[in-house]
Design a protein around this ligand. Structure first.
Ligand SMILES: [Zn+2]
Ligand SMILES: [Zn+2]
Length: 117
């Protein structure tokens, strides 16, 4: 049997879906199975219909990771600010946090005075 598309070429594989005979050039190997171009296109289109649900989950995960990274960054930034500016003046971190809970404006005013913005 020769290739369905290229009658002059020898067929070396057949599509597992439609059974079309394919030559080396026409053969598409996906997940260890042989497909013709049109069956592979159809599978790909069917998968991309389901795609947006997965992409939505991915986007949510990315958003969550970004959020966690921002929080981690802010915590690091706060800790650096604490070490550089607050520790010499307010002492322990517990003390700074309790002031932050009671009167955050005080820390913000102090920091803007020290950093100068
Ligand atoms: Zn096929
Ligand atoms: Zn061919």
């Amino acid at each position: 049997m020769n290739c369905d598309k290229h009658p002059e070429r020898e067929g070396i594989a057949s599509c597992i879906i439609c059974g079309r005979i394919m030559c080396e050039e026409c053969k598409l190997r996906l997940g260890g199975k042989n497909y013709c171009q049109s069956c592979a296109d159809r599978i790909f289109r069917e998968r991309s219909v389901e795609g947006p649900v997965d992409e939505g989950m991915g986007a949510l995960k990315k958003l969550l990771i970004t959020f966690i990274l921002i929080i981690a960054f802010l915590v690091c930034l706060f800790y650096i600010l604490y070490l550089v500016y607050l520790a010499p003046y307010y002492g322990s971190l517990q003390n700074v946090i309790s002031i932050l809970m009671e009167d955050p404006q005080r820390i913000i005013r102090f920091l803007s005075w020290r950093i100068g913005f």
